[in-house]
Write a protein that binds this ligand. Sequence first.
Ligand SMILES: NC(=O)c1ccc[n+]([C@@H]2O[C@H](COP(=O)([O-])OP(=O)(O)OC[C@H]3O[C@@H](n4cnc5c(N)ncnc54)[C@H](OP(=O)(O)O)[C@@H]3O)[C@@H](O)[C@H]2O)c1
Length: 260
Amino acid sequence: MVDRFAGLGWRVMATTRHPKQLHPVAENVCVLNANVASVEGSDRVIDYVETNWSGKVDCLVNNAGYCLSGPLEMLAVEQIRQQMEVNLFAAVLLTRELLPGLRRAGGKIINLSSVLGFTGMPLMSLYCASKFALEGWSESLYYELEPQGVQVALVEPAGYRTGFAQHMEWPSQQAGEGLPYDAQLRGFESFRARLAQPQRGNPADEVVDKVVGLTRRQKMPLRNRVGGNSHALYYLRRLLPQTLSDSLIGRICNRLMQEK
Ligand SMILES: NC(=O)c1ccc[n+]([C@@H]2O[C@H](COP(=O)([O-])OP(=O)(O)OC[C@H]3O[C@@H](n4cnc5c(N)ncnc54)[C@H](OP(=O)(O)O)[C@@H]3O)[C@@H](O)[C@H]2O)c1
């Protein structure tokens, strides 16, 4: 995404927690060593914007996110809080700080949600909770900021081949002792292993196209699904009676998470 924006001549600032990724991509790109989910990291971003862009921001893409998976009972309190910190609060708090600059520029906010921002999934309840919350927050902000000329959009991808599956977080083995999740855990592990196969899924170009395309729209739509499964689940929910779609989605989840 950074390369695409840089190629279009944007001045881009990206963040990472991994200094070895800090190689210069192009003259118009700055990669900051910052964790946006920490106070120091977001302060570094805000300082950069003040110093280099006179506080003005044309577009903020809230992309940072990972998936905490596992049965609720097996998750540690700290893991639960951290999932919300990264997937929700980091975006909320950074946006809050950058709003004056976004308003000055008549800017755009693009939040990376997921098909799991409108569909629940077993053993991913906290990830879903974080993305559902991101959706509610973004929808409210869409209306709240419209009179000021700041636009808000959600991007809702299905599965794409990135570091996502490899970076999934999981509870410790001991946390499951004596709990009745063995069969579900085996099914989920097989699902996770399939997701993590290097040749599986499409590269994320479609998602990048969607984000870049949104920045070129005069008026961004609030919700932007990407990928066949995202559209299919959306229409399944929309067109079928609620009880039928709930039961169908349950069956799809069970099938996805069967041991293979
Ligand atoms: N890939 C998919 O199938 C898929 C589907 C739907 C939605 N999404 C969403 O797309 C977004 C990008 O994910 P991706 O697919 O590109 O996965 P990825 O390759 O694992 O990249 C994750 C990004 O989030 C940042 N991040 C992860 N954990 C973090 C933490 N604890 N603190 C701060 N930053 C953290 C990473 O920064 P570092 O460079 O510092 O590691 C990296 O920029 C996420 O919001 C994800 O939920 C992905």
